[in-house]
Write a protein that binds this ligand. Structure first.
Ligand SMILES: NC(=O)c1ccc[n+]([C@@H]2O[C@H](COP(=O)([O-])OP(=O)(O)OC[C@H]3O[C@@H](n4cnc5c(N)ncnc54)[C@H](OP(=O)(O)O)[C@@H]3O)[C@@H](O)[C@H]2O)c1
Length: 297
C-alpha cells in the first residue's frame, strides 16, 4: 500500500480536466478563520478549495490562496452560483471572481436547482434551473470558468435538465451530500452513466457529526490505526468521488490530508457500505421548492 497516494490522486471530468480527489471545504468557516485555513491547507499540500457565493467568504478564500504563495494554476478552485442569482448568472460570476481576486474558476456550480426571488421565499414563475443552465453554458467560452456543473441535483432534476433541448453541455460535476449515512448509490450510478462526476460534500457528516461515534466506523478505524475522519475520506475516494472536508483547525487540516500510503480493502469498503443508519445534513425545507425526492437509493 506504500504506493497509494490519495492526496495526489485526481479524477478526470467529461471535459478532460482533472479534479483533485481531496479539497478543503469552507462552508460555515467564519470570515476571520477561513483565510488562515485556506493558507494552511495549501501549505500542507491541498490543491483544491471549495467555496460558494452563499458562504460569504470568497474574499478571504482568495486572500488565503494568495498568502499561500501557491501559483493560481496549481489550485483547483470551485465556487457556486447562489439561488438568488439565477437571473444574473454572468454578473454573479464576475462578483465571485472579483471577491476571489482571480481571473477564472476551475469549476462553477449551480448551487441548488431553485431560482429564488431575492428577499422572498418564492421562485420565479418565468424562470427555472434549465434557463439558468442555458446562461451558465455561455460562460465556458468567456475563459472565466473552466468547467460548469450543478449541485444538489436529484435524478429527477438531472433528467429534466439533460432531456431539455437547450442542454448542450452535460454538467461536469454534481456536488452532492455523500457519506456512509447518505450514500445515494442510485444517484451516483445515474450521474456516472451520464458522464457526470460526483463530488461528495459533508463527507465527514458536517458539524457535530454523528459518524464520529458510529460503532462500525470507530472499530474499523481503530483496527487500522487511523482516525474515523481519515477512513471516511479514503472510503469516499475509493468509491470514486472527490471529498472536500471542511476544517478551520490547523491540526485537523493536516490530519485530514494524512491519507497516503494505505487504503481500505474491498471487505472494509463493503463494511462501510453496510452502515444502515441514515441522516441528511442538508435538506430542502429552507427552499420554496422541493429538490430532494428520495430517488437516490
Ligand atoms: N453544495 C452544497 O450544497 C454543499 C453543502 C454542504 C457542504 N458543501 C461543501 O462541502 C464541504 C464539507 O462539508 P461540511 O462543511 O458540511 O462538513 P464536513 O467537512 O463533513 O465536516 C466539517 C466538520 O467536521 C469537523 N472536522 C473536520 N475535520 C475533523 C477532524 N479531523 N476531527 C474532528 N472534527 C473534524 C469540522 O470542525 P472544525 O472546522 O472546527 O475543525 C467541522 O465541524 C463544505 O465546507 C462545503 O465546501 C457543499
Amino acid at each position: 500500500m506504500a504506493a497509494v497516494k490519495n492526496t495526489a490522486h485526481t479524477f478526470t471530468l467529461n471535459t478532460g480536466d482533472k479534479i483533485p480527489a481531496i479539497g478543503l471545504g469552507t462552508w460555515q468557516s467564519k470570515p476571520h478563520e477561513v483565510r488562515a485555513a485556506v493558507e494552511a491547507a495549501l501549505r500542507a499540500g491541498y490543491r483544491h478549495i471549495d467555496t460558494a457565493a452563499a458562504y460569504g467568504n470568497e474574499s478571504e478564500v482568495g486572500a488565503g490562496i494568495k498568502a499561500s504563495g501557491v501559483p493560481r494554476d496549481q489550485v483547483w478552485l470551485t465556487t457556486k452560483l447562489n439561488v438568488t442569482d439565477h437571473k444574473r448568472v454572468a454578473a454573479a460570476l464576475d462578483d465571485s471572481l472579483a471577491k476571489l481576486g482571480v481571473e477564472y474558476v476551475d469549476l462553477y456550480l449551480m448551487h441548488w436547482p431553485a431560482s429564488v426571488i431575492p428577499g422572498q421565499k418564492a421562485v420565479y414563475d418565468d424562470w427555472n434551473f434549465v434557463n439558468t443552465w442555458s446562461e451558465m453554458q455561455k460562460l465556458v467560452g468567456t475563459g472565466k470558468v473552466r468547467n460548469i456543473g450543478v449541485s444538489n441535483f436529484a435524478i429527477k432534476n438531472l433528467e429534466i435538465l439533460l432531456n431539455d433541448p437547450s442542454c448542450k453541455t452535460t454538467p461536469a460535476v454534481n456536488q452532492i451530500e455523500l457519506h456512509p449515512c447518505n450514500p445515494s448509490p442510485k444517484l451516483v450510478a445515474y450521474a456516472t452513466d451520464k458522464g457526470i462526476y460526483s463530488t461528495g460534500y459533508s463527507c465527514l457528516g458536517s458539524t457535530n457529526s454523528p459518524l464520529y461515534t458510529n460503532a462500525t466506523l470507530k472499530a474499523l478505524a481503530e483496527a487500522k490505526g487511523k482516525t474515523v475522519q481519515q477512513v471516511l475520506l479514503v472510503w469516499g475516494i475509493q468509491k470514486g468521488w472527490s471529498v472536500i472536508p471542511k476544517s478551520v483547525t490547523p491540526a485537523r487540516i493536516q490530519a485530514n490530508f494524512d491519507i497516503d500510503g494505505w487504503g481500505l480493502t474491498e471487505e472494509e469498503v463493503k463494511t462501510i457500505d453496510g452502515v444502515t443508519d441514515r441522516f441528511k445534513v442538508c435538506n430542502d425545507s429552507w427552499l420554496p421548492v422541493k429538490v430532494f425526492f428520495g430517488d437516490d437509493e
